[in-house]
Design a protein around this ligand. Structure first.
Ligand code: NAD
Length: 298
């Protein structure tokens, strides 16, 4: 049994905490939301009154928070001053590479082993304990990080030193954000040309246009049973989150002078979908904007 602290019990952190508790680990958790804390308590997690209480006595401190500013604040105010010195600190949020590196150097200066480990797999992967963790940390700390993350993981892969996990995550999501729009455009054009969407799915799934956004997550309802398109684009990966990740990717691209023109276009399209009021819908719902069928999303 390992003693975990988990700060941030939202869509992702709530599932991760429940998986750890179900595996027999001790989980002390904190969230600003009383409702999130109550849900976690029902799943066998010990709710705490503050982040400081949660990290007290923890062997592993996990954070699953919205963005870099939240992680920096929780590290500065609760974790660095109050976590046990031998605790392993792992941030699983998706945040900017600069914040991840700044947090890592502060934590290392305070004597902690620190890891960035953003995830892929979504809410379903968090609830099922089948996430992919992309890890940035010192090579010597990786075996310990892998052991701590394994109860929640399908795969734990080391990307490199501190910050490398975040770099891998935003590059992956750049690819995902762009490929989904390609799929949406192809399906929209196929419809306009009078092709049966089911036939086109069957053909593209086994042709050179095949990609995860089509075959595992088709935005066209009825093609992939588990895809959010079959639930009116609810409960998947929110457009606002995809937009955040593309903004992080563009910021990172600017910082190293990389040319990412398709990601810039993708960001503009998700921003428009968000501004039209669909930020909480799954990002694949952008299909309906391209089809001129936003009323179908109501
Ligand atoms: P969420 O908004 O559902 O959860 C975030 C939680 O953090 C909320 O419950 C909020 O109350 C809590 N919080 C905010 N500030 C806090 C503080 N100072 N102290 C304690 N709690 C605080 O978000 P989510 O969907 O769980 O995503 C979390 C992270 O995981 C994000 O960085 C996101 O980009 C990343 N991510 C999400 C998905 C997904 O499919 N939702 C997939 C991969 C990665």
């Amino acid at each position: 049994m390992t003693s975990y602290a988990l700060i941030g019990l939202g869509n992702m952190g709530g599932g991760m905490a429940a998986v750890l508790a179900a595996a027999g680990h001790r989980v002390q958790a904190f969230d600003l939301s009383a409702a999130a804390l109550a849900r976690a308590a029902e799943a066998g997690v010990s709710p705490c009154a503050s982040a400081v209480d949660a990290v007290t006595g923890a062997e592993v401190v996990l954070t699953m928070l919205p963005a870099g500013a939240h992680v920096r604040e929780v590290y500065e105010q609760a974790i660095l001053p109050h976590a046990p010195p031998e605790a392993l600190l792992i941030d699983c949020s998706t945040i900017d590479v600069d914040s991840a590196r700044a947090i890592a150097s502060q934590a290392q200066a305070a004597g902690f082993a620190v890891v960035d480990a953003p995830v892929s797999g979504g809410v379903a992967g968090a609830a099922a304990g089948t996430l992919t963790f992309m890890v940035g940390c010192a090579e010597a700390d990786f075996p310990r990080a892998k052991a701590a993350l394994s109860p929640m993981a399908k795969t734990v892969v080391r990307a490199g030193e501190a910050g490398a996990g975040q770099a891998a995550k935003i590059c992956n999501n750049l690819l995902l954000g762009v490929s989904m729009i390609g799929v949406c455009e192809a399906l929209t054009l196929a419809e306009g040309l009078g092709l049966d969407p089911e036939r086109f799915f069957e053909i593209a799934s086994t042709s050179s246009g095949q990609c995860w956004s089509l075959t595992a997550y088709s935005p066209w309802p009825g093609q992939v049973a588990a895809a959010p398109s079959n639930r009116n684009y609810e409960g998947g990966f929110a457009t606002a989150m995809m937009l955040k990740d593309l903004r992080l990717a563009q910021g990172a691209a600017a910082s190293v002078g990389a040319s990412t023109p398709l990601a810039a276009q993708a960001q503009a399209l998700y921003a428009l979908f968000d501004r039209l009021g669909y930020g909480e819908k799954d990002f694949s719902g952008l299909l309906q904007m391209l089809r001129g069928r936003l009323e179908d999303l109501a």
